[in-house]
Design a protein around this ligand. Structure first.
Ligand SMILES: C[S@@+](CC[C@H](N)C(=O)[O-])C[C@H]1O[C@@H](n2cnc3c(N)ncnc32)[C@H](O)[C@@H]1O
Length: 276
């Protein structure tokens, strides 16, 4: 999306953005439904409110990253923070063991949680999705503060916590609370796969994807819709993770920085944290 189109998109209230997307894709979604061309359990394009790119391919690529960098096993218990419309859950249904493995996801957008519950959890009994009413000015208009939210799970429960393309839409105090909660709910030795936009003093902001609103240790793409896209200063984030008992096992820079795609594991920067 070009900068001007993105600006226009952000200027709309969240409900309008959902409606515009639904309408824009209605002809193609209808065609794919009638001809049976939509693959497997994939949602209609008009419901994929979680970003562009190939939905299926990016879910599969992310699963490959979990296996390679997080040592994910079929018997693991997985938490997906900001589960969206099932991009990460769908490939996991083919990997996690039905008896020994499990998946829990939560999100602040009810439409996404409802779709996942009806289309994924209904067929995979070890998968569960929860709707939580939290504030996020990109995705909704009100809700409780994510900076004070306690995750609805027991401590020391999960082997892997996933936060894919979610901290890029959250503010510093919220990220701090979530890192603390992730540390609490992960078992000792558990890992967290999270993506970010990170900057330091050498960052050359890519054209059309810069963050002009400078707040010191974080920068915003849009001051009117603060959660639209957020970047954090790398050293600040490392310190924050350390304060919450999380060490960094891997950092893979993303292609958003202008690096060749062939050299990157994803568009966003990937951090793999471990609980110590
Ligand atoms: C770009 S989408 C990514 C969704 C999913 N993780 C994926 O990779 O497809 C960002 C998601 O984060 C969710 N979100 C935003 N704020 C959140 C919060 N405080 N807690 C949980 N989810 C949140 C949004 O509703 C949205 O589904």
């Amino acid at each position: 999306m070009k900068f001007t189109a993105r600006k226009l998109y952000y200027a709309m209230p969240p409900a309008w953005r959902f409606a515009v997307r639904r309408l824009y894709y209605l002809p193609l979604d209808t065609w794919e439904a009638v001809t049976g061309q939509r693959g497997g359990l994939a949602p209609p394009r008009g419901l994929i409110y979680t970003g562009g790119g190939d939905f299926k391919q990016s879910g599969e690529r992310t699963l490959a990253n979990f296996k390679e960098f997080c040592n994910l096993k079929p018997s693991h218990h997985v938490l997906d923070v900001g589960s969206g419309i099932g991009r990460i859950a769908l490939p996991l249904t083919q990997f996690l063991d039905k008896k020994n493995g499990s998946y829990e996801g939560f999100d602040v957008v009810k439409k996404g949680v409802d779709w996942c519950t009806q289309n994924i959890a209904a067929h995979h009994l070890n998968f569960r999705f929860r709707y939580i009413s939290l504030d996020n000015d990109l995705y909704r208009t009100n809700g409780d503060s994510a900076a004070r939210f306690r995750f609805p799970y027991d401590s020391d429960r999960f082997d892997l916590a996933i936060v894919n393309s979610v901290f890029t839409h959250m503010l510093p105090e919220e990220v701090g609370n979530y890192l603390g909660e992730i540390h609490r709910v992960m078992r000792p030795g558990g890992v967290c796969y999270a993506t970010f936009f990170l900057f330091d003093e050498k960052t050359a902001w890519p054209e059309g994807f810069d963050f002009p609103f400078d707040h010191g240790h974080y920068r915003l793409m849009d001051d009117a819709v603060k959660s639209a896209n957020v970047t954090f200063e790398e050293n600040w984030l490392r310190g924050l993770a350390g304060q919450h008992g999380l060490g960094i096992r891997h950092l893979f820079p993303g292609s958003w920085r202008g690096l060749p795609k062939s050299e990157c594991k994803d568009f966003q920067d990937i951090l793999v944290f471990e609980k110590y």
